[in-house]
Design a protein around this ligand. Structure first.
Ligand SMILES: Nc1ncnc2c1ncn2[C@@H]1O[C@H](COP(=O)(O)OP(=O)(O)OP(=O)(O)O)[C@@H](O)[C@H]1O
Ligand SMILES: [Mg+2]
Length: 374
């Protein structure tokens, strides 16, 4: 029996849990040329969701460019990733080797390189100018804005892990150039990111070029009822059964976190016979924790001692207020040290304030692992 669950980024045709409202909203935003910041903790499903939106829009005639900045290391790299995304989307619409060639007349800083492969083609870009990096970037964005204004195309840009451009020394200048050309351009832009504090600071701090450029949209966890329906259907379609109580437990263990929901279900599916049992789910949980522990250990190893102490104390006393006397005594740390460490953990997106106003470890299984390690 093929396992119906996957922890890979989901292609648009894969089974998808919920997100009906987001899919409809984002389609409308694209049609209205809005600029949107979409943020959430890691692995909530931002990329999978926007790839789906992009796919629907492409079918409706939009040019949907997807660029990923997660590994970008130079100014030239930022420009080339944007153009790779745009050329790929244009090529999908009209071959850049044939009729689509006309688009290239006004986009001169990079040229597309199309390599045929057994599975189709791979499109990369090569710089077509000897300008220095910053001039090349400026020229690329100027041309892009002119292109969007002068062509009657409906364009949508999905810029994934966008906050990573702030790692570049020249980031403020890049942000300034992007802002001046993106504002008012007839195209929609979706800025995605999982380092929330960095991404939100870019768009919500008064002195930053992107201040108030885009509307903030937070991707929520998956609702429990939707997870239950999704899991039951996936099990059923693949020829197995799962009791509702187990679906509910997966929803609660994962706290609506899409990746962990898939991961736990995938493990459970492997372990179970015709009908999944509670005992198998406990084994699935242990197995997922075991596989993830290297990543958890790496986070822990990168933390200064005070932050680690606080993190463990938070994992072990989820209901407590870190500024309360009991918590301070148990953690064995001074109040000011706790506040400083708390601030740093929030900045790194390791800890967050939940809806009830309590501080908790963002990653639900990391939280469990820390408490177990305590
Ligand atoms: N709507 C969904 N239904 C079912 N599974 C989902 C859904 N969205 C995401 N997933 C699962 O969650 C995993 C993470 O999704 P994705 O990579 O899109 O998240 P992300 O927020 O972009 O993560 P990152 O922060 O790592 O970039 C996917 O591999 C998939 O297994
Ligand atoms: Mg992503």
């Amino acid at each position: 029996m093929t396992n119906p669950f996957s922890i890979e980024r989901l292609p648009p045709e894969a089974a998808f849990c919920n997100r009906h409202r987001e899919l409809a909203d984002f389609e409308r935003y694209a049609a209205d040329n809005l600029k949107v910041v979409l943020f959430s903790p890691r692995r909530y499903g931002k990329t999978s969701l926007l790839l789906r939106v992009g796919d629907t829009l492409s079918r409706k005639g939009f040019v949907c460019a997807y660029a990923d900045f997660s590994t970008v290391a130079t100014v030239r790299g930022v420009a080339s990733e944007i153009m790779r995304g745009l050329f790929t989307a244009l090529h999908r619409r009209e071959s850049l080797l044939e009729k689509g060639k006309r688009y290239l007349r006004s986009l001169t800083t990079f040229r597309p390189v199309v390599k045929l492969s057994e599975t189709g083609y791979k499109l990369t870009v090569a710089p077509d100018s000897d300008l220095d990096e910053m001039s090349l970037f400026r020229r690329t964005i100027e041309e892009l804005a002119e292109f969007l204004a002068s062509h009657d195309l409906r364009c949508c840009f999905i810029l994934d892990e966008f906050q990573e451009i702030t790692r570049l020394r020249e980031s403020a200048e890049l942000e300034g150039i992007l802002r001046s050309h993106i504002q008012g351009v007839p195209a929609s832009f979706f800025f995605l990111g999982s380092r929330r504090s960095v991404l939100l600071a870019m768009f919500n701090e008064k002195k930053r070029p992107f201040f108030k450029l885009a509307r903030n949209e937070e991707l929520a966890p998956l609702p429990e009822a939707e997870i239950i329906t999704f899991l039951r259907e996936r099990f059923k379609q693949a020829g197995k059964r799962i009791p509702t109580a187990l679906c509910r437990r997966i929803a609660r263990l994962s706290r609506g976190h899409a990746y962990y929901m898939q991961y736990l279900a995938q493990e459970l599916f492997y372990l179970s016979g015709e009908e999944a049992t509670q005992e198998e789910l406990e084994r699935a949980l242990a197995s997922v924790l075991d596989k993830e522990r290297y990543g958890f250990a790496a986070v822990v190893q990168g933390l200064p001692l005070q932050q680690l102490r606080l993190l463990k104390a938070l994992a072990m006393s989820p209901e407590a207020k870190p500024t309360g006397a009991g918590f301070i005594a148990r953690a064995g740390m001074a109040g000011s040290t706790i506040l400083d460490a708390l601030h740093k953990l929030i900045e790194q997106d390791i800890v967050e304030k939940d809806q009830a106003g309590l501080y908790r470890v963002v990653d639900p299984l990391f939280d469990r692992w820390l408490a177990g390690e305590g």
